[in-house]
Design a binder for this molecule. Structure first.
Ligand SMILES: Cc1cc2nc3c(=O)[nH]c(=O)nc-3n(C[C@H](O)[C@H](O)[C@H](O)COP(=O)(O)O)c2cc1C
Length: 189
């Protein structure tokens, strides 16, 4: 009898340990970045990229920096689409409220909406105004169905001294916490 009770207790302990392991690896778990200093910098025009940035920030426990252009873009879709097209053609870099500072960070997640197949203009400014020597850029973007297009390769062009990793692209606001966490776990940081 004693032996049966011992076996039952052992089985219960194994189940409890298994349940703990599953819970600890679920959404909301903070991924250890091995003492690296991490920043999540993003620009968002209509909130989708901000939503993704905050998911990444929560998972990595990083600092968060919003890239804000000095002159805000129109909320009218057609107006901003026309302006963004011209800005892309001219490689325009709008002035920012603050350029931020990447100096104290090892890994910088850089987020942008896809504008005309590449990053939004304010993100160009952020990349150009900061020093990425010896740093890792992890790009992420949200798009309207066309995917990341040239976003990551264009980031590497503006920040040639950075190591630019494989990015994460989400259709508008559809990324699930678990997908974001799986992507971050897969990164070679
Ligand atoms: C100016 C402009 C250009 C866009 N260009 C593209 C594009 O080239 N490819 C695409 O898939 N979506 C494009 N979109 C859709 C946005 O990338 C998408 O809605 C994104 O999630 C918006 O992010 P936000 O809410 O953070 O601003 C464009 C939207 C705007 C306003």
């Amino acid at each position: 009898m004693k032996k049966i009770i011992s076996i039952i207790i052992l089985l219960l302990l194994i189940c409890a340990a298994g349940a703990y392991y599953v819970l600890a690896n679920q959404e909301g778990d903070i991924i250890n970045m091995e003492n690296k200093k991490v920043l999540v910098a993003y620009y968002s025009h209509s909130g989708n990229t901000e939503d993704l940035a905050k998911k990444i920030q929560k998972i990595t426990n990083a600092d968060l920096f919003e890239i804000i252009p000095k002159t805000p873009y129109s909320k009218d879709y057609n107006t901003v689409v026309a302006q963004a097209q011209k800005e892309k053609e001219n490689n325009y870099m709008p002035e920012l409220v603050s350029n931020g500072d990447t100096k104290n960070y090892d890994i910088i997640f850089v987020g942008t909406p896809v504008w005309w197949y590449t990053m939004a203009s304010p993100v160009r400014t952020f990349l150009a105004k900061n020093d990425f020597t010896g740093k890792t850029i992890v790009p992420f973007c949200t798009h309207g169905g066309g995917g990341a297009s040239m976003t990551y390769t264009d980031m590497q062009k503006i920040a040639p001294d950075a190591k630019v990793l494989q990015g994460f692209a989400s259709y508008e606001r559809t990324a699930k916490d678990s997908e974001v966490a799986d992507w971050i776990k897969s990164l070679k940081l």
